[in-house]
Design a protein around this ligand. Structure first.
Ligand code: ATP
Ligand code: MG
Length: 392
């Protein structure tokens, strides 16, 4: 009897002729997620099985796979030869574990049998009835409830018998890398890691750009961003992170541009540098954590002025989200606790007292053109530090 992980995927089914491509990506990402854990992956008839996992790594393997985009759900399952006595004994053992896990006492159950092997000597109805009876005579605390069972005993008769009780919901989405590559502007805040998560979920490989303003922002602020990228990489695979020194550009804006325009000008320059970096590494789009109306730089007018700075599409997956909704997601993906650590971001340095909330494009373009930013942009890019951040 072997314990394996049975993996289900859904949306990939929709992809017609591209299906093998998506499945290959998914399996390769699963292998990445299971790095360091000896295991074998087998793929057949719309299912993926992970087997040969050492017992002491089993729970870690399950945990890591729950974060692989493209997986709909998984079940730790026993695989046994489909000899009926074997199947009964395994079901009894699993049921015993399940009853103990629930703390004992009465429980309702139902058997869900599926028979892909049409030559098996019983059909699924017969298996349901017979196994239900076998469980009832062994476990007096059980009773059958076919509408809302507390324990679902699932039996799949294929090449072997697969037996399991739980179905663990996973990350869904599309395999990372199946939809191309995009570059996330990552701050130390709550929003941008969530934005990155959402786009990786649609199959994008991420790289990330962070602007820091040392000495106005601290080493710890920078480390926090590296930590956030690492947490994000648990879903998004290893991320190439670009750390761009931004102090000189911010000082120049502060010294030479109208105070109320400083934030929107800063955002345009960030976008321009991010686009250059994105271009250099084959990304086709930028991603930000902006949400409509959240702050002065996120009004419709400001967003239009920011967009005008670049020609790449800018994805803003949080555009229609309330802050509460973003915070919920950030808790769910595990970035919240790090995001709320109280270190400054370069956006919070030199904040104008009265920022424009309805910037006029021509005015902003004129203010930007009046200052020669080009050498500073080149220098910032030349001094950018690059690291690959990734764990599972
Ligand atoms: P966040 O919670 O992600 O910091 P925010 O609500 O604080 O977002 P802003 O500070 O206006 O909003 O930033 C909007 C977006 O601009 C961020 O979501 C992020 O994509 C990008 N951004 C802001 N600061 C930086 C930075 N220092 N480096 C890279 N990108 C940044
Ligand atoms: Mg921020």
């Amino acid at each position: 009897m072997e314990k394996i992980i049975l993996v289900r995927y859904t949306e990939i089914h929709l992809k017609g002729l591209n299906r093998p491509f998506f499945e290959k990506k998914l399996i390769s990402n699963m292998k990445g997620a299971l790095r360091g854990i000896p295991s074998k992956i087998a793929h057949e008839q719309g299912r993926i099985y992970v087997h040969s996992i050492p017992e002491d790594s089993f729970d870690t393997a399950v945990d890591r796979l729950t974060r692989v985009f493209g997986i709909h759900s998984l079940s730790p399952a026993y695989v046994v030869d489909k000899d009926w006595d074997n199947v009964i004994n395994t079901c009894a053992e699993l049921m015993q574990q399940e009853i103990e896990r629930r703390g004992g006492g009465p429980a309702s159950f139902k058997v869900f049998a599926r028979r892909s092997d049409k030559h098996y000597f019983m059909n699924s109805d017969a298996i349901n009835h017979e196994m239900g009876y076998q469980m009832l005579i062994r476990f007096p605390e059980l009773h059958v409830d076919i509408r809302k069972p507390e324990i679902s005993l699932c039996i799949e008769i294929r090449d072997s018998a697969y037996i399991y009780c739980s179905e663990i919901p996973c990350a869904n989405g599309m395999p990372v890398g199946s939809a191309g590559k995009a570059t996330l502007l990552i701050s130390g805040g709550i929003d941008s890691p969530v934005a990155g998560y959402m786009m990786a979920k649609r199959g994008l490989t991420l790289s990330a750009v962070h602007f820091y303003s040392y000495p106005y922002t601290s080493e710890r602020a920078r480390d926090k961003v590296i930590d956030l990228a690492r947490l994000l990489s648990r879903y998004a695979l290893p991320i190439r992170l670009y750390l761009v020194p931004f102090t000189d550009i911010q000082m120049k804006i502060y010294d030479d541009c109208p105070e109320k325009e400083t934030t929107v000008l800063m955002r345009r320059l960030m976008m321009k540098i991010a686009e250059r970096i994105a271009d250099g590494e084959g990304s086709r789009a930028l991603i930000t954590g902006e949400s409509l109306g959240q702050v002065a730089s996120q009004t419709l007018e400001s967003l239009c002025v920011t967009d005008d700075a670049v020609s790449m599409p800018v994805f803003r997956p949080l555009i229609g989200f309330d802050k509460d909704e973003i915070m919920d997601l950030s808790r769910k993906i595990g970035t919240y606790e790090t995001s709320i650590l109280p270190y400054e971001d370069c956006c919070t340095v030199f904040v104008p007292k009265h920022p424009v909330t309805k910037p006029v494009l021509e005015d902003i373009r004129a203010s930007e053109a009046a200052v020669d930013f080009a050498p500073l942009i080149e220098k910032a890019i030349a001094d950018t530090e690059i690291m690959v951040v990734g764990e599972r």
